[in-house]
Design a binder for this molecule. Structure first.
Ligand SMILES: Cc1cc2nc3c(=O)[nH]c(=O)nc-3n(C[C@H](O)[C@H](O)[C@H](O)COP(=O)(O)OP(=O)(O)OC[C@H]3O[C@@H](n4cnc5c(N)ncnc54)[C@H](O)[C@@H]3O)c2cc1C
Length: 290
């Protein structure tokens, strides 16, 4: 359980990190919290020649409001998100999701940027990012680009990051009007990773009708996804029990469902449907005005 030999650099700025990464984008890995990368290196599933530690770059960990946006720096830890009073008031899904991750040690070191960049099929942040329609800001030698989180997740452990790019920031539109959010998860009893995890972000009209529904599902397929049929079956409706049950029955439509020693395909489908309903119910019950 000892990693192969590697070099280590701790740049003081993001520009320096980008330039170091550009020297050998294929043989170099960005290191953030290290809670996915280091285990992979110990198992020799990853053998980078060099690590660029971005966790020591000042000003890359932050949670800020900027007009109608919430800006989150890539190296913001799960714990910083879990314990943010600002987020608890304006976007409670983020602290709720953070709180569900691993244990205290994982939450103290692991970062939101690292989790999104890793695209673990059982990671929690991808579900929340999709439900919140988050954008990710990527920076590389050619400059900066912004893309929607849903298209950022390409496949199992694969994102749209190009070699040499670093995820710098996550941007989320502040929920406005009447809205409700919730995260429901079945944690694996050993690791805490999501066997299934459902993030729900709902908006409501003045009469309580659901005016917009945005959900993210993790743990079920090779990458986190949006259950589009469930979302469209909720919009324009009063969220009574029958509507929620009928809509969330479609939570796994169109995806190949994972099966492993802990949860078979059928069991996972059932967990996803039951927990999608719970997430929608909880989000509706927590309706607040932004
Ligand atoms: C025991 C244990 C339990 C866990 N339980 C959970 C859980 O319940 N839920 C959950 O979601 N996760 C869980 N995790 C994973 C944890 O959340 C990790 O912290 C997270 O997946 C990766 O974040 P990191 O900052 O540690 O990234 P690292 O491990 O440093 O990096 C992960 C990958 O992303 C790349 N990377 C990192 N940051 C960037 C960036 N800014 N730009 C580009 N590439 C980048 C790295 O090169 C690497 O390939 C657990 C981990 C452990 C060890």
């Amino acid at each position: 359980m000892i990693p192969a030999q590697f070099e280590y650099e701790a740049p003081g700025t993001l520009a320096e990190a980008v330039s170091l990464l550009a020297q050998d984008p294929d043989g170099t890995k960005v290191l953030a919290g290290g809670h996915s990368l280091i285990p992979a290196m110990k198992l020799r599933l990853a053998q980078p020649q060099k690590l660029i530690d971005i966790a020591r770059i000042p000003d890359l960990a932050y949670i800020r409001e900027d007009g109608n946006l919430i800006l989150i720096g890539a190296t913001t830890t799960h714990y910083q998100l879990e314990s943010s009073d600002l987020l608890r008031n304006i976007c409670p899904l983020l602290p709720e999701c953070a709180k569900s991750i691993g244990d205290v040690q994982v939450r103290n070191k692991g970062t939101i940027g690292g989790s999104l960049a890793h695209s673990d099929p059982a990671g929690d942040w991808p579900a929340a990012a999709i439900a919140l329609n988050a954008d990710v800001v990527l920076v590389g030698p050619g400059g900066e680009r912004t893309m929607n989180s849903e298209s950022f997740f390409v496949d199992l452990l694969t994102t749209a990051l190009e070699p040499g790019e670093i995820l710098r920031e996550i941007r989320i539109a502040k929920p406005e009007g009447k809205f409700g959010q919730a995260y429901q998860k079945v944690p694996h009893p050993a690791s805490g990773f999501a066997v299934v995890g459902i993030a729900a972000n709902l908006s409501f009209g003045a009469d309580g009708t659901c005016s917009a529904a945005s959900l993210g599902v993790t743990g079920v397929a090779s990458k986190a996804y949006r259950p589009a049929a469930t979302e469209s079956a909720l919009v324009g409706k009063q969220l009574d029990e029958q509507t929620i049950t009928m809509a969330t029955a479609h939570a796994c439509d169109g995806v190949d469902i994972n099966s492993d020693l802990y949860a078979s395909e059928d069991y996972r489908r059932n967990l996803a449907i039951v927990h999608a309903a719970r997430a929608v119910r909880a989000a509706a019950a927590r309706m607040i005005t932004g």
